[in-house]
Structure formats: structure tokens, C-alpha cells
Design a protein around this ligand. Structure first.
Ligand code: SAM
Length: 288
């Protein structure tokens, strides 16, 4: 078989197995030969490392990961791809494909069983319809993983990696920075995929922190504050948070002041320590 980035090879494999792309499952496969080796290298696939991949497609990234890492466990929801992957990845002894939805997979159990004593990283060309839920689920579970290296839509990459205080920052960037240090690695044009999507992409890496970036009394309250604060981003923090948290402005104002936050600022101007201080003031109330 020729290279999995070759369009003729892809068409041939698809025809042989009667496979057609599912738009609903975000199936845009990589055909630019330089992209997968770079994701694998910059994502940390190396001797001694175990890789979790999300969404194998026909295995183009899986193969590059398997060439470098000790072991690859790939979670793929589409059972139609299993016979294709058996053929395209036949030469690799260190790849396991699990036919399940990553949002339902028991990742702590998979890591404990498949990667004992190994350093673990996540690498993927993510299905775009579910990018944020997947990233948040990976981070919120506080899995024993070193990093998450993923291809996402370019706009999503900017939002996810936006520094606090920047215009593009939002609930997702604050949540991501609570758990990790994000960075944009490199751009990938839409022509690098088959079929070509309508937008360009970027590969990002989230280096997972050993402990959350700020200490809070209640994570639940912290995330309620972050989500609430960005729910109406043009309004002041006093207005958005009182609406989102069901507090009167009279109740909220002294809490913001005690947290050292001016009631007139907007969410995008706040730093993580300031969100944490607001959260802790709320957690300290008799009825939060
Ligand atoms: N890795 C391949 C590549 O780069 O060419 C395929 C990437 S494609 C953008 C996304 C893949 O994720 C598809 O194979 C799709 O079937 C799979 N997928 C979609 N939703 C999923 C889910 N909830 N859980 C696991 N895999 C999923």
C-alpha cells in the first residue's frame, strides 16, 4: 500500500471497504504528508511514551505515532473504520483500536491498564463538532497525562490559547489555563485535508500542570464564576455575575470589592487569580 496521505490510496481503500466520509463525525482526513510527523514529534511521541489518539480515521496520524512511541491506544467511534484500520495499520504491533465514543470512554481505567509506569500524552486531529467538550473533559478528569496536542479550527485555537486579559479570551481559555499551559504550535491550511473543510486549522499543545494554576476553595464555584462572567462579555462583571449567579448587585458588590476586583471591569480583563478570589469570596458566604 502507498502512503496514507496519497489521495489515490485513500480513495482505493475507501472504495474497497465501501466507506464514505461522515460529515456529522467531523471526518476530514489529513493528506499533507508533513503534518502528521510534526504532530507526532511536537506532541511527544517517543520511546517510553504511551499515546492516546482520539479519532483514527484511516490511521494516517496513528501510524506516525506508532513509529515513534512505545504504544498507541486509539479511540474511534466509527465502526466502519475498523476493517480499514486493520489493513492500514497491519504492520504495527503496538497499536490498539478501541471502538467507542471518547466522551464515554473510561480514560483513567484505560491509562492504568494500557500504560502502566509510562509517560502518557494525547495526540489527535480532533473532530471539530466536539472540540471544546473533548478538551474540557480531558482536562477536568485531571488524567495522569503530560500534554494534549491537537489539531483544531484556527479560530478555536486562538480562543483556547488566548492569554488572560486579551480580547479573544473567554470561558474556555480561562478553564484551559486553570489546568494547563497552552500554546499554538503551527498552522495547517484547509487544503491539507480530504475533504477540505471550510476553515483553516492550527495545531495546539496544552502542557498539563501538575496542580491547577490557582488554588480555590471550590472548583465548582470557580467554574460557575468563569462561565457566568463570560456569559455576557460586553457587560460589567457586576451585571453579568449578579444575573448568572442569582445575586443582587448589593450582595455582589462587597464580595467583588473584598476580592480586589472593581465591579466596573469586564470578564476579559480579569486574571485567573482574580477569578479565584471572587470564587473564594462566594464560597465563604453562608449561602453561596
Ligand atoms: N486522525 C485522522 C486524520 O487525521 O486523518 C482522522 C481525523 S478526523 C478529523 C476525526 C476522527 O474522529 C474521525 O475518524 C471520526 O470518526 C472520529 N470521531 C468523531 N467523533 C468521535 C468521538 N466522539 N469519539 C471518538 N472518535 C470520534
Amino acid at each position: 500500500m502507498g502512503p496514507l496521505t496519497n489521495r489515490a490510496v485513500i480513495r482505493q481503500v475507501m472504495e474497497k471497504h465501501g466507506f464514505t466520509f461522515s460529515k456529522a463525525l467531523g471526518q476530514n482526513f489529513i493528506v499533507n504528508p508533513s503534518v502528521c510527523p510534526r504532530i507526532a514529534e511536537e506532541g511527544g511521541a517517543a520511546p517510553g511514551v504511551g499515546v492516546i489518539e482520539i479519532g483514527a480515521g484511516i490511521g494516517v496520524l496513528t501510524a506516525e505515532l506508532a513509529r515513534r512511541a512505545d504504544k498507541v491506544v486509539c479511540i474511534e467511534i466509527d465502526s466502519r473504520l475498523l476493517p480499514i484500520l486493520a489493513e492500514t495499520l497491519g504492520e504495527f504491533q503496538n497499536v490498539t483500536i478501541r471502538n467507542e465514543d471518547v466522551m464515554k470512554a473510561d480514560l483513567p481505567a484505560i491509562i492504568a491498564k494500557e500504560f502502566p509506569g509510562m509517560e502518557v500524552v494525547v495526540c489527535a486531529n480532533l473532530p471539530y463538532y466536539i472540540t471544546s467538550p473533548i478538551l474540557m473533559s480531558l482536562l477536568e478528569q485531571q488524567l495522569p497525562i503530560r500534554s494534549i496536542t491537537v489539531m483544531v479550527q484556527r479560530e478555536a485555537a486562538r480562543r483556547i490559547c488566548a492569554p488572560p486579559g486579551s480580547r479573544e479570551s473567554g470561558a474556555i481559555s480561562a478553564a484551559v489555563r486553570y489546568y494547563s499551559e497552552p500554546r499554538i504550535l503551527f498552522p495547517v491550511s484547509r487544503g491539507s485535508f480530504l475533504p477540505a473543510p471550510e476553515v483553516d486549522s492550527s495545531v495546539i499543545r496544552l502542557d498539563v500542570l501538575s496542580a491547577p494554576a490557582v488554588q480555590v476553595k471550590s472548583q465548582e464555584t470557580f467554574f460557575a464564576v468563569v462561565r457566568g462572567a463570560f456569559s455576557q462579555r460586553r457587560k460589567t462583571i457586576l451585571n453579568t455575575l449578579s444575573a448568572a449567579l442569582g445575586l443582587t448587585k448589593e450582595e455582589l458588590r462587597p464580595l467583588l470589592e473584598a476580592a480586589g476586583v472593581s465591579p466596573g471591569v469586564r470578564a476579559e480583563e480579569l486574571t485567573l487569580p482574580q477569578f479565584a478570589a471572587i470564587s473564594d469570596q462566594l464560597s465563604g458566604r453562608a449561602e453561596p
